[in-house]
Design a protein around this ligand. Structure first.
Ligand code: 2M8
Length: 468
């Protein structure tokens, strides 16, 4: 379907006021942010290809341009490392100079590691593995369509399954040598929730040494620097990068000496959900019994790991600092990890927390949308990046989780409020939770992508998202 052919409003009951414009303008943003076979996360703030942004983008594109959705992921996976790692950034050689820092040169990944791809420049980190969920959506939106499209989707699944399997195997092994079911991250950037209070304790413990000089370019793209991480945080981010370079991006070296090693519950929960998607893909491509059993084992281990990270005091899951061997108490949206992982054994407690004044029951919220950090958290900040604003992609993850848990009414209210926010405020990167003010970059691709997915939700045949 081209943008011109897009129906004006798929949602009917979701929201009013400007909603009829959401679908075509969301598709237009993805088209305008598109470069050849992939899509920039935002027009100027993020000029390269980011891993989990691309997965969300593919998921949205699946509804409007299925072929482009496949090329989005194929381009990203072309830069997969020999270890199976999917890098968090694939650098765009044509990005304007001085548009984003740290750049390819600062990472020097192919010069330092034989595992890095030779034909492209990438960062040395990774991000949450939403990709299998996107691949499954591409499959779901192709089914029942014309034969050529179904055949193309089957070929795409067949070609992608081994890459996805290698990616998940890397996470289950190199990132979990303890076999805990939880993924270890080496940098707040790997979590995707960069300056979340989740990382304050382990990040503040990082002692910054002699740092090669650098200039931040991100601040030139936002109206107010307080919407972005602070300079102190950036120094630590850059210092961690120097550590990774000294370890030559070698997992064993990193595990031995890196100052920031944290078990991330949100990343781990997304991996469980992605493994469930991978298991369905394995069925379509007729993967071996051994591999299917392996994926099922990863799912069980992941759910057990999250169970062990549960805090009954907060009614949430907590990340764990491996360096200090202690949990990291912070009331953030990441704490809903078991829900995102599809484990309903804690459903009542999680719903109690979700609708308490700590989250959606907070009396000052402009709309019933989850702030990235609870307003009850002392380190909450309503305008600062991952310290409080509402992020549509996280609302999407929670929406999908509620649907899968059979909480259809809750999910529907969330979807309606989220679409209304976008209809009124545009496709911003994030939103002020008490005023609904759009913040960060305008025309953020993954915001547009989840809007397309929300608008297309009326089709009960989606297997990845089962109704009650
Ligand atoms: C943000 O992260 C990058 C670093 O990776 C940055 O701040 O420069 C995060 O919001 C991350 O989750 C996202 O993938 C990326 C691109 O949208 O931007």
């Amino acid at each position: 379907m081209t943008e011109e052919e897009l129906p004006e409003d798929h949602s009917g009951r979701a929201a009013s006021g400007g909603l009829h414009r959401v679908n075509p303008s969301a598709a237009g943003i993805l088209r305008r942010n598109g470069i050849r076979s992939w899509t920039k996360p935002a027009p100027s703030l993020y000029p390269h290809q980011w891993s989990w942004d691309s997965a969300f983008i593919a998921l949205g594109l699946a509804h409007v341009d299925n072929q482009r959705a496949t090329s989005e992921l194929e381009t990203l996976f072309a830069s997969q490392w020999a270890t199976g790692k999917v890098p968090h950034i694939v650098f765009n050689p044509e990005a304007p100079p001085r548009s984003y820092f740290p750049d390819a040169e600062r990472w020097s990944s192919s010069a330092l590691s034989e595992d890095a791809p030779a034909s492209s420049h990438t960062s040395g980190l990774c991000q949450p593995p939403v990709h299998a969920i996107a691949v499954l959506r591409i499959w779901e939106t192709s089914r029942g369509e014309d034969e050529r499209r179904v055949e193309r989707a089957i070929r795409f699944l067949g070609a992608n399954y081994p890459r996805l399997f290698a990616w998940h195997r890397y996470l289950a092994s190199a990132r979990d040598p303890e076999g805990s079911g939880l993924v270890t991250i080496y940098h707040p950037w790997e979590s995707g929730t960069d300056n979340s209070p989740r990382w304050d304790i382990p990040l503040e413990a990082v002692e910054v040494g002699e740092l090669p000089p650098y200039t931040r370019y991100d601040l030139q793209h936002v109206t107010d620097p307080s919407q972005r991480p602070t300079d102190e945080e950036y120094d630590r981010y850059l210092w961690l990068l120097e550590h990774l370079k000294r370890a030559r991006y070698d997992e064993a070296n990193i595990y031995e000496s890196h100052p920031f090693l944290v078990k991330d519950v949100l990343f781990s929960a997304i991996l469980v959900a992605a493994n469930e998607a991978l298991l369905q893909i394995a069925g379509v491509v007729d993967a071996s019994e051994d591999e299917r059993a392996g994926i099922s084992a990863w799912i069980e281990r992941g759910q057990r790991g999250l169970e062990g990270a549960w805090s009954s005091e907060l009614g949430l899951c907590l990340d764990r600092d491996l360096r200090r061997d202690s949990p990291l108490p912070a009331r953030t949206i990441a704490g809903f990890a078991p829900l995102i992982a599809g484990d309903t054994s804690r459903l009542d407690s999680l719903l109690l927390t979700l609708y308490s004044p700590d989250f959606l029951g907070h009396p000052d919220l402009y709309r019933p949308l989850p702030p990235s950090t609870s307003p009850s958290e002392v380190r909450f900040h309503p305008r600062s990046y991952w310290r409080g604003p509402v992020w549509p992609v996280l609302s999407w993850l929670l929406w999908r989780a509620l649907l899968r848990a059979g909480e259809v009414d809750h999910a529907e209210v969330l979807r309606g409020a989220a679409l209304e926010e976008l209809a009124c405020g545009g496709f911003a990167e994030y939103f002020e939770p008490f005023t609904g003010e759009p913040l960060g970059s305008d025309d953020q691709s993954w915001t547009a992508a989840v809007a397309l997915d929300w608008l297309a939700y009326d089709d009960a045949s989606w297997s990845g998202v089962q109704r009650g």
